[in-house]
Write a protein that binds this ligand. Structure first.
Ligand SMILES: NC(=O)c1ccc[n+]([C@@H]2O[C@H](COP(=O)([O-])OP(=O)(O)OC[C@H]3O[C@@H](n4cnc5c(N)ncnc54)[C@H](OP(=O)(O)O)[C@@H]3O)[C@@H](O)[C@H]2O)c1
Length: 314
């Protein structure tokens, strides 16, 4: 049973949080004791149960987003989480203290964090999975929408075994789209289980695709960002049907690039939670880490071999 701390119990109390005070490698991450945050208008605070690790966490820490995103130091880490509401901001009437929720927020790798966009978590959706759903679900959903892939069409996903790829395969299957996904050979059974036709990436991709999809590929999604936009355009025959979420050069070739921040992601999160409850969507958690091992989790994420998702459980 969940034990709630009344707000008054935080007066004078601190919480553990992951922070960094300068750009750099994983060594700049610190576990600090800070005052718990309080939600602003339209926000919630949760007792965090699980926070998803995303490549954006370590890219932001390394300063890769410096050109287009200002951060003030010390900065928290993490953009998504699940947990139990323990404080409700002004104007919020759709959630109450004690509710189980998941969604987008800030500095979510902490014992308590603010959520800015959330939905209620169904009882059958574990906190650990819910905390890793927001970014991959919204990105996968948005990519399929922007590529305008229709039922009966064939989609190629480059980088299918990671978080976004895993979500795309399953959402595409629900929409009646056939997916061919690339991953290293030891992950091909994983892709098949999710509903994709697997193939290896690297030399000879176009030839392998011709054999697997003799009627051609209608659209291609680049999740891996491995520099193959021209090859994906050649495979689809139309730059307008190639979209990347990871390769900023895509638009130079006439392909699309899709970026956040998410606008109104609540509908997607609620739909994905419903698909989970119906057994039509799952998320493989490769590993869960305590808050103190956030740096190790980021190192593993940055190595680029994660299958499914990594989670921090404070
Ligand atoms: N634009 C946006 O809105 C947006 C939103 C969220 C994330 N992103 C970006 O999207 C990218 C993917 O995120 P993610 O969470 O899915 O990452 P992830 O879970 O860390 O992806 C890891 C997977 O990538 C695969 N991979 C690595 N190199 C590959 C290659 N050359 N070809 C095919 N697959 C390869 C790996 O499979 P193997 O081990 O088999 O190689 C691994 O399973 C990141 O760059 C992230 O920053 C963009």
């Amino acid at each position: 049973m969940e034990v709630f701390c009344p707000l008054s119990s935080f007066i004078g109390e601190t919480m553990k949080a992951v922070q960094f005070s300068r750009y750099g490698g994983p060594e700049v991450l610190e576990i600090v004791e800070v005052d718990p945050p309080h939600p602003g208008p339209g926000e919630l605070r949760i007792r965090v149960r699980a926070a998803g690790v995303n490549p954006s966490d370590w890219k932001r820490r390394e300063g890769q987003y410096r050109a287009f995103e200002e951060i003030s130091f010390p900065s928290g880490v993490g953009v998504e989480a699940s947990g139990i509401v323990d404080e409700v901001g002004p104007g919020v009437s759709s959630a109450f203290v004690g509710d189980a929720v998941f969604g987008y927020g800030r500095a979510t790798m902490a014992e308590h964090a603010i959520l800015t966009h959330w939905v209620h978590k169904p009882d059958d959706l574990p906190f650990e999975i819910a905390g890793g759903l927001p970014v991959i679900s919204e990105t996968a959903w948005r990519s399929l929408d922007e590529l305008d892939v229709k039922a009966g069409e064939a989609l190629l996903v480059s980088g299918a075994a990671g978080g976004i790829g895993s979500a795309v395969i399953q959402l595409a299957r629900v929409r009646g789209i056939t997916t061919i996904g690339t991953a290293s050979p030891q992950k091909h059974d994983y892709l098949k289980d999710l509903g994709a036709i697997p193939t290896a990436y690297g030399l000879g991709l176009a030839q392998r695709i011709r054999q697997l999809a003799p009627n051609g590929i209608d659209a291609a999604l680049d999740v891996a960002g491995s520099g193959i936009i021209p090859e994906l355009i050649a495979i689809t025959g139309d730059p307008a049907r190639v979209l990347s979420v990871a390769d900023f050069s895509a638009e130079e070739y006439g392909a699309k690039f899709s970026r956040g921040p998410p606008r109104g992601p609540e509908r997607v999160l609620a739909d994905v939670a419903r698909l989970y409850s119906k057994g039509l969507f799952r998320l493989h958690i490769e590993r869960s880490f305590p808050l103190e091992q956030t740096a190790e989790a980021q190192v593993i994420s940055a190595a680029g071999r994660v299958t499914g998702k990594l989670i921090i459980s404070p």
